[in-house]
Write a protein of this length. Structure first.
Ligand code: PBG
Length: 326
C-alpha cells in the first residue's frame, strides 16, 4: 500500500499556538463577563456557600470590595441578588427602599456605577416566605397577573436605587411589557431590561437555593420551561422582543446550547447566557477531586457559550477569568 497524500489539510491551521491564535473563531474578553453576587442583610462578614466553594453571601463592605475588584479586572457588569433577614407572602423586602437589595444597589451604583453596569435580579423568590417567584392565589398557585404588579413595584424600587439594568428572571407572562410600561411612565426610560427569555425549570439551580437561603418546597415547573422543549424557547424569546426587551438571556448555559444558538439566530438584540450555580458546582467538585483540569474546563465552557451565540456570559468565575485574560 502506498501512502495517500490529501490535498486539503485542516491541520495546517492547527499547527502552532500562533496559527491557532490567529484563526480562533471565538475568544473571551473581560467586558463580556458578568459577575452574579449575593448580599446578605445583617452580615458583618462574608458567609461561605458550601455547595459553591469560592462564592459567598457578601456583607455590604465585602460586596463593595468584590465589585471594585471585578471592575478593576475589566468585568462588564455585576448582577446583584439579595438575601433578606425577613420574608413574607408578597416579598415586601423587595420593594422596601431599605431592603437589602436596594441598599446594596445604591452602594454599588456609587462605588462602581461608572466602571461597570450595576444590575439587579428582578424576581420575588429571595423575598417570599414560600420561596416562589411570585405571589400565590387562594389555591397556592403563583398568580401571574398579581405578580406583575409586584414586579412593577420592584422595578421602580430598583430603578430609584440606581440599578442600570433589571434582570427579569421570574418567568411570568407579560413581565417585560408590564415593567417597561411602569418604568417609562415614571421617567425611567433609560433603564435596560434583560429578559430571561428562555429559562428552564432546571436541577442546575440547586446550589443557588443555598446561596439565597431559599424557602422553596416543591418546584417551579408551572412557570419555568420544560427542559424537553426547544421550540418553546424561541416563542418566549420572540414574545420578549415584542414586549421591548433590550437583551435576552438563556439559562442555564451548558445544557441548553441548542436553545442559545436558536435564540441568537433569531435575535437582533444582545443575547446572554447564564452559567448557573450547578454548572459552577460540578466543575469545582470534580476539580477538587483532581478529576478534571479546572481552569481548562472553565475556559472551555465559557468559549462554548460564546461559540453557541452568547454575546456575554454571566458566570461566578467572572473576576477570576477576567484576570486570566488580562
Ligand atoms: C430566580 C433565580 C434563580 C436563579 C437566578 N435567578 C433560581 C431559580 O429560578 O430557581 C438561579 C441561578 C443559579 O442557579 O446560579 N430569582
Amino acid at each position: 500500500m502506498s501512502e495517500f497524500h490529501p490535498v486539503i489539510r485542516p491541520r495546517r491551521l492547527r499547527q502552532s499556538p500562533a496559527m491557532r491564535r490567529l484563526t480562533a473563531e471565538t475568544r473571551l474578553h473581560p467586558a463580556e463577563l458578568i459577575l452574579p453576587m449575593f448580599v446578605r442583610e445583617g452580615a458583618s462578614e462574608p458567609q461561605p456557600i458550601a455547595s459553591m466553594p469560592g462564592v459567598v453571601q457578601h456583607s455590604l463592605d465585602s460586596l463593595k470590595r468584590a465589585a471594585t475588584e471585578a471592575a478593576e479586572a475589566g468585568v462588564g457588569g455585576v448582577m446583584l441578588f439579595g438575601v433578606p433577614e425577613t420574608r413574607d407572602a408578597v416579598g415586601s423586602a423587595a420593594t422596601d427602599p431599605e431592603g437589602i437589595l436596594n441598599v446594596a444597589t445604591r452602594a454599588l451604583a456609587d462605588e462602581v456605577g461608572d466602571a461597570l453596569v450595576v444590575q439587579t435580579d428582578l424576581c420575588l423568590d429571595e423575598f417570599t416566605d414560600h420561596g416562589h417567584c411570585g405571589v400565590l392565589d387562594a389555591r397556592g398557585h403563583v398568580d401571574n397577573d398579581a405578580t406583575l404588579v409586584r414586579y412593577q413595584e420592584m422595578a421602580l424600587a430598583q430603578a430609584r436605587a440606581g440599578s442600570q439594568l433589571l434582570g427579569l428572571s421570574g418567568m411570568m407572562d407579560g413581565q417585560v411589557a408590564a415593567v417597561r410600561d411602569t418604568l417609562d411612565a415614571n421617567g425611567f426610560t433609560d433603564i435596560v431590561i434583560l429578559a430571561y427569555a428562555a429559562k428552564y425549570a432546571s436541577g442546575f439551580y440547586g446550589p443557588f437555593r443555598e446561596a439565597v437561603d431559599s424557602q422553596l418546597s416543591g418546584d417551579r415547573r408551572a412557570y419555568q420551561q420544560d427542559p424537553a422543549n426547544r421550540r418553546e424557547g424561541l416563542r418566549e424569546a420572540r414574545l420578549d422582543l415584542d414586549e421591548g426587551a433590550d437583551i435576552l438571556m438563556v439559562k442555564p448555559a451548558l445544557s441548553y446550547l441548542d436553545v442559545l444558538s436558536d435564540v441568537a439566530q433569531l435575535s437582533d438584540v444582545p443575547v446572554w447566557a447564564y452559567q448557573v450555580s450547578g454548572e459552577y458546582a460540578m466543575v469545582e467538585a470534580a476539580a477538587a477531586n483532581g478529576w478534571i483540569d479546572r481552569d481548562r474546563i472553565i475556559e472551555e465552557t465559557l468559549v462554548a457559550a460564546r461559540r453557541a451565540g452568547a454575546d456575554a456570559v454571566m458566570t461566578y468565575w467572572a473576576t477570576e477569568v477576567a484576570g486570566w485574560l488580562r
